[in-house]
Design a protein around this ligand. Structure first.
Ligand code: NI
Ligand code: MN
Length: 218
């Protein structure tokens, strides 16, 4: 499975299914791809309706025929307004798409409408947690009892999400094998040195710092 960081919180997962999470590409100064270049996708997951997460999710779902997955309220609105295929769900729930499983989990953040979330994805024997935008919360320890994370995408930008110190604590709670820092250096307001985060994580997990466009194999 190949996992590519597209910049900010946007990621592309290519295994037996092609999945995009929070594809904010137009208007994203560090985006690695243009939304028009995405021609095939099975699922588009959206953590919340802030512009830097909802981004190009609807146009990508429309042009690829992918199913958009979000909280019920966002799914209903986009299905009506954008004419796309959407599946609504809520925190605590799981949706299966063939062999892929999408679990919607808690995130501690705000949004225009409905509650922000994170996603735990099970695909091809791997478990990936995209935290979305969130503060640190103690139930991350509980998630580590439920799942063995092969990879976690953790926001480190501070101001709107965890900063490096709380993000490193999140890694201690979650105990993923690998962690990729996200949601930093897109704009001046969220400037961070990812190496500082890597130092704080230490040997708790393997920190993989990906520049937008770079990928890793799982
Ligand atoms: Ni947000
Ligand atoms: Mn954000």
């Amino acid at each position: 499975m190949r996992v590519r960081y597209l910049g900010h919180s946007a990621v592309e997962i290519q295994g037996s299914k092609t999945i995009y999470i929070d594809p904010f590409l137009s208007g994203n100064p560090v985006a690695a791809v243009k939304p028009e270049a995405i021609r095939s996708a099975d699922l588009v997951l959206v953590t919340h309706d802030h512009e830097d997460h909802l981004g190009d999710a609807a146009p990508i779902a429309k042009q690829t025929g992918a199913t958009l997955v979000a909280t019920h309220e966002i799914a209903v609105r986009l299905e009506q307004e954008a004419g796309i295929k959407a599946e609504g769900m809520n925190m605590g729930g799981t949706l299966s798409f063939g062999k892929a499983k999408v679990h919607m989990v808690h995130a501690l953040h705000t949004a225009y409408a409905t509650h922000p979330v994170g996603f735990v994805l099970e695909l091809d024997g791997k478990t990936i947690y995209h935290l979305g935008d969130t503060a640190l919360f103690g139930d991350m320890r509980l998630y580590a009892e439920f799942w063995r994370f092969d990879l976690a995408f953790v926001p480190i930008g501070d101001r709107y999400t965890m900063g490096p110190v709380s993000a490193a604590k999140a890694v201690e709670f979650l105990r993923p094998k690998k962690v990729v820092p996200i949601h930093y250096n897109t704009f001046p307001l969220i400037e961070q040195d990812p190496k500082r985060f890597a130092d704080l994580v230490g040997r708790t997990a393997e920190t993989v710092i990906l520049a937008p466009g770079e990928s890793l194999e799982l």
